[in-house]
Design a protein around this ligand. Sequence first.
Ligand SMILES: *Cc1c(COP(=O)(O)O)cnc(C)c1O
Length: 418
Amino acid sequence: MSAPETKSKSKPLGPIPAGFGVADGVMTIAGTKVTDIIAQQGGQTPLFVYDRALIARRVADLRAAMPPRLALHYAMKANPFGPLLREMAGLVDGFDIASGGELGMALNAGLDPARISFAGPGKRDVELQAAISAGVTLNIESVTEAERALTIAERIGINPRMAIRVNPDFGLAGSGMKMGGGAKPFGVDADRVPALARAIVDTGAQWRGFHIFAGSQALSADAVIETQAQTLELAARLAREAGVGVPHLNLGGGMGIPYFPGDTPIDAGAVGAALADRFAALPDELADTHFAMEMGRYLVGEAGVYLTRIVDVKTSHGETYLVTDGGLHHQLAASGNFGTVVRRNYPVAIATRFDAPATDEANVVGCLCTPLDRLADKALFPPAQVGDIVAVFCAGAYGASASPATFLGQGPAGEVLV
Ligand SMILES: *Cc1c(COP(=O)(O)O)cnc(C)c1O
């Protein structure tokens, strides 16, 4: 009999996105060594670095893949960093916001309110009023929200721009986060939409059409294609039943990025080709419609890197721990505590030994006093020392703004667009 397996099996890391280089063994972002970027920021770690050229290339590639008739919107909850928002303003056709706070950030960044739409359940009266005053399109989430918006609009004497967010009877198959299909806090159930659309149009409000968002983080082009076909059919049917036009149709997004071992990029070309076919054979109700897709992580997720410094290297019961000055308070998703059931490793590397062979198994942990604070479990890395910089990839979306930065009194990480 063979000896029992005693050595633990290393766990794989997620795929490192394309676009990062190496110089003298040190990882580069936009051609600059991460150590120099950190030095330029006064030596501050942890630090989020966003590469504007990678974002621009992603948007350009997506435009090339999609029919020209399709507008691209940025869902700013993925990353509301001011310089990044201003960069996006020159790249995309519109913005989707989900709170009054995001409205303020968008207006501060100089974004044109006419290109902004506001979705999200639980819009407060003050948020509705601010959005109506600014001329932002409201994606109405319920009959009662429509009533509140119309009342406020009448009181302040502004004709509101209103679309209805539809809760479709289908979800996006295989998506990380289903946002449609069955009971949901989002949108108006499809069967109640015609009456509401009719009522809104009858008030004389500026009717903007429908917003149908079925899910997020899909890597299957077929799933997105199928969902878009259903979305177009649903929008046409609702318009027919309501007897209203569809000036705008926001098709949602859904395109995801590879985070985990075995994930492969979605085939944007296939999604675009299928959409072009659909646009070539639209039902009459949608013949003059402006179409948009809204995306967050697909546009910016892979262009961001979280850099954190190793402050201690220790062993416990034979395992190595690389203890960093960062953690889940900035990178909740990488720790496995943001919408995942089974924790898997994000792409993580020792940025200061970027081209050295990965020979040693180690755990990368954060500095928080909780066992949840893990950045990589039992993965192979080059031998690392105190002072080395760890890079956590796919940090451009749902990092800084979707993590509990004040936990344990830590405070936010630095952020820079290069
Ligand atoms: C979160 C959200 C998005 C962005 O999702 P991503 O997965 O980052 O592309 C788009 N639209 C709506 C309505 C959302 O809630």
